[in-house]
Design a protein around this ligand. Structure first.
Ligand SMILES: NC(=O)c1ccc[n+]([C@@H]2O[C@H](COP(=O)([O-])OP(=O)(O)OC[C@H]3O[C@@H](n4cnc5c(N)ncnc54)[C@H](OP(=O)(O)O)[C@@H]3O)[C@@H](O)[C@H]2O)c1
Length: 282
């Protein structure tokens, strides 16, 4: 049976490479981002490159804005109606803002999209994942989590961050805490949940960096294919099934910060997120 794969942010960068590889693997891949025209063009290019004829995998593009929690709910409902299984959910969409800003719902943009948007999406799709034997959740985290701190008072107060990097690092730390706590909460369910750091990769995420920093940073960035490798492996390979609640770099478990390893913090982040979501979307 063809595996059903969802990738958020699959229309460019690391997500695009993961989508291409999983189509090559024979999966049906759904890429979901804000810009539907860009996603459709990406899906067409991936299908063309793979020579998708039905022997290989298939791909489609759907619109999803993780900054709009109502849209996340509608998306999850639509997918749950359409699909009877979800084999892989790759929570990959992300952004780095120049300075910090609030979304329309009041949340700081990076925590709002990368953590709250994905958390809400998983609330909507958890049943489908649990009903799929051998399902996998893969989260694109980052080594930047090491300099991150969870400061609940900043979630709805972007100006409390002194610099955008603090908000980005906090959101990537939240991605790891979420991965670990979801794995814990799924207990005996047949769902693997892991995250990975792709490396420092040349993608569109850095376009909001100030010019000179972008230029300096650009010199050390590597290609999207290598950035996607661990994510593809987690989503596809049997060897990856040995991991649960892990953070991987180069297909191997890697050290996480003290904050990322803090189980109490993971539980508190979960309940604080649920509390805010209940207020924001009911
Ligand atoms: N590049 C690196 O060096 C690096 C390092 C560590 C971790 N990461 C992580 O890798 C992930 C992928 O980033 P990338 O580097 O591949 O950057 P990218 O090429 O800019 O991809 C980001 C993706 O996220 C989507 N996206 C942004 N905001 C969204 C929203 N509100 N709703 C839905 N989709 C949204 C974008 O599509 P639309 O604009 O169409 O919405 C795009 O497809 C991110 O989580 C990032 O934090 C990257």
């Amino acid at each position: 049976m063809q595996r059903q794969v969802l990738i958020t942010g699959g229309n460019s960068g690391i997500g695009y490479e993961m989508a291409a590889a999983l189509v090559e693997n024979g999966d049906h891949v759904i890429i979901a981002s804000r810009d539907l025209a860009k996603s459709q063009a990406a899906a067409d290019a991936i299908a063309k490159a793979a020579g998708t004829t039905g022997e290989l995998g298939t791909i489609e593009a759907l619109a999803l804005d993780l900054a709009d929690l109502g849209d996340v709910d509608r998306f999850a409902a639509r997918l749950s109606e359409r699909l009877t299984r979800l084999d892989v959910a790759i929570l990959n969409a992300g952004l780095y803002t120049h300075g910090t800003r609030a979304l329309d719902n009041g949340l700081e943009a990076m925590i709002g999209i990368m953590h709250f948007g994905h958390f809400r999406l998983m609330q909507g799709l958890r049943g489908l994942l649990e009903a799929t034997p051998g399902a996998r959740v893969v989260v694109t985290a980052s080594i930047a989590h090491r300099i991150g701190r969870i400061r609940f008072d900043t979630f709805e107060a972007p100006n409390k961050h002194r610099a955008a990097i603090q908000a980005y690092a906090q959101a990537k730390l939240a991605n790891i805490l979420f991965t670990r706590e979801l794995a814990e909460r799924l207990g005996e369910a047949d769902v693997r949940v892991n995250c990975f750091h792709p490396g420092a990769i040349a993608t569109g995420i850095w376009t909001e960096l100030p010019g000179p920093i972008r230029k300096l940073f650009g010199a050390v960035l590597t290609d999207t294919k290598s950035g996607a490798d661990t994510g593809i492996w987690l989503a596809r390979d049997d060897d990856a099934l040995a991991h649960q609640g892990a953070y991987l770099v180069g297909r191997k478990p890697a050290t996480i910060s003290k904050a990322a390893a803090d189980k109490r913090l993971a539980r508190t982040l979960w309940s604080e997120t649920e509390k805010r979501l209940a207020r924001l979307v009911g």
